[in-house]
Design a protein around this ligand. Structure first.
Ligand code: GAP
Length: 458
């Protein structure tokens, strides 16, 4: 176990991350031309590539590498009884207070206790209302009539789509306990969102896996899944001294949980939850049995047809929150020699993404546009395209083009020069070390594959 960091010492700040994300097309404010929509964000060309790769890494880890885990994509709109059964209608609330003067709204547990006790607004000293419970689920209506019979919710977690399909999956895919179901999808919560970019939003994505186990084996599986989820972040190349465990105390446990640990990441604004691992017991399936009237017991054919409601170990990570973590974790600035002649040192901003996550894997750059170099570079790009995500850039000095790729987190640049025309070799430049080597263009794809596989974070 590494020693825990007490304060953030990285180069990122939330301002720098937000500004780079916008400048380079990772993340834009939603509906910006109308002044923006609080709690919602749009993922631009680089952002969607990064998000898809984070999702793919998680999906591979869960479904491809585990024979006993299968996938699902359930609908966002579910029968409203689902949310009564799950306990969300009754329990999924935040304690809220409003300022009668400036109309600001706060979570009661997030303002100084002295303000709460004195009912004094932390922003304008105005009078605060009493604390009220506010349900975080978005409610809307299905069909043309806006009566109570037509109420429907946007799902606040993807998990319930898995529980209501658990019997379907056992039957269609002959799954035997222990087994898991993985799902990635949107979730919605009516959160009070004020700061920290995409950390907490009203519309977000989750990557959840529900693992069904025999009661009595749940604590062992809970420990195993905690370890596996820790190892996963290590494999992604995340700075491990920026991760720690936080066990939920009795007051923090969700209504469904017997035990819960968060994996926390040290963001520029401090330690915050990244993912939760929960022992949800038989709570969910028992409640769905009760509310649906359907028998959700598992018949254990390998153990004298014993019947039981399985216990569930859940691993629940935010995809969009993982993206913010990956951006912060990758962000670096370093002093380098200026690319201008006689110039002083420059600051290089670089996103040190793992190559398997980087939105662009390789950029192809002709040294000059003329003398057939651009055409040769385009040909090389065309060949690489089949296997890698590529970019092509022919404008500006080569040093500036490298910097642009560094800031986008592109791990490899291929430069095509006059020697390339003569002997078929190109320069391969590495983002992290800025080292350059000559490679025969026929060996480029194999070399890139090797570099990606053997990548080690500096
Ligand atoms: N099914 C269990 C569940 O939803 P949770 O702790 O409420 O548990 C799991 O959420 C993960 O989802 C969190 O660790 C976080 O990464 C992400 N998440 C939750 N609320 C979020 C929000 N408002 N915005 C972005 N991500 C959120």
């Amino acid at each position: 176990m590494q020693e825990e960091l007490t304060e953030y010492k990285g180069k990122a700040t939330m301002e720098k991350i937000t500004s780079l994300a916008k400048r380079r097309g990772f993340v834009f404010q939603s509906s910006e031309i109308y002044g923006g929509q609080n709690g919602a964000w749009d993922y631009g060309p680089l952002g969607i590539e990064l998000k898809n790769r984070i999702a793919a890494a998680w999906w591979k880890e869960m479904t491809q590498l585990n024979d006993d885990i299968v996938g699902l994509d359930a609908a966002i709109l579910m029968h409203p009884r689902t949310w009564e059964a799950s306990g969300h209608v009754e329990n999924f609330t935040d304690p809220l207070v409003d300022c009668k003067k400036c109309k600001a709204r706060f979570r009661a547990d997030q303002i100084p206790p002295e303000n709460l006790a004195a009912k004094k607004c932390p922003e304008c000293d105005g009078e605060l209302t009493d604390t009220r419970k506010f349900n975080l689920m978005f409610k809307t209506h299905i069909g043309p009539a806006e009566d109570t019979a037509s109420i429907i919710y946007l799902r606040p977690e993807t998990a319930q789509g898995i529980y209501v399909n658990y019997k379907n999956i056992i039957q269609s895919n002959r799954m035997k306990i222990p087994f898991g179901i993985a799902q990635i999808g949107k979730a919605f919560r009516n959160e009070i969102v004020t700061k920290n970019f995409i950390f907490r939003t009203c519309e977000f994505e989750q990557m959840e896996m529900q693992y069904f186990v025999k009661p009595g084996t749940d604590e062992d599986w809970f420990a195993k899944w905690r370890q596996r989820r820790w190892n996963y972040y290590q494999k992604l190349g995340v700075k491990m001294d920026h991760l720690r465990w936080h066990q939920h105390g009795p007051g923090e446990l969700a209504h469904y949980a017997k035990d819960a640990y968060d994996i926390e990441y040290l963001f520029p604004m401090g330690w915050r939850e990244l993912e939760g691992v929960h022992n949800r017991t038989d709570y969910d399936l028992s409640r769905h049995t009760q509310f649906s009237g359907k028998d959700l017991q598992y018949i254990d054919q390998e153990d004298s047809n014993e019947r039981y409601i399985p216990y569930i170990i859940e691993t629940s990570a935010g995809l969009t929150r993982n993206l913010l973590m990956i951006l912060c974790d990758a962000y670096d600035e370093e002093q380098v020699a200026s690319d201008k002649e006689g110039g002083e040192e420059d600051t290089r901003t670089v996103l040190r993404f793992h190559p398997s996550l980087a939105p662009i894997t390789v950029a192809v750059l002709p040294l000059m546009k003329k003398d057939g170099l651009a055409e040769l570079a385009q040909d090389i790009r065309k060949e690489l395209k089949e296997d890698f995500s590529t970019d092509y850039d022919q404008s500006g000095a080569i040093g500036r083009r490298y910097r642009r790729q560094d800031e986008a987190g592109t791990p490899f640049c291929v430069t095509v020069d006059y020697e390339s025309k003569d002997n078929g070799t190109v320069t391969l430049r590495f983002r992290d070390s800025m080292e350059q080597v000559r490679v025969n263009k026929a060996e480029l794809a194999a070399r890139l594959r090797k570099e990606i596989k053997e990548y080690k974070r500096v």
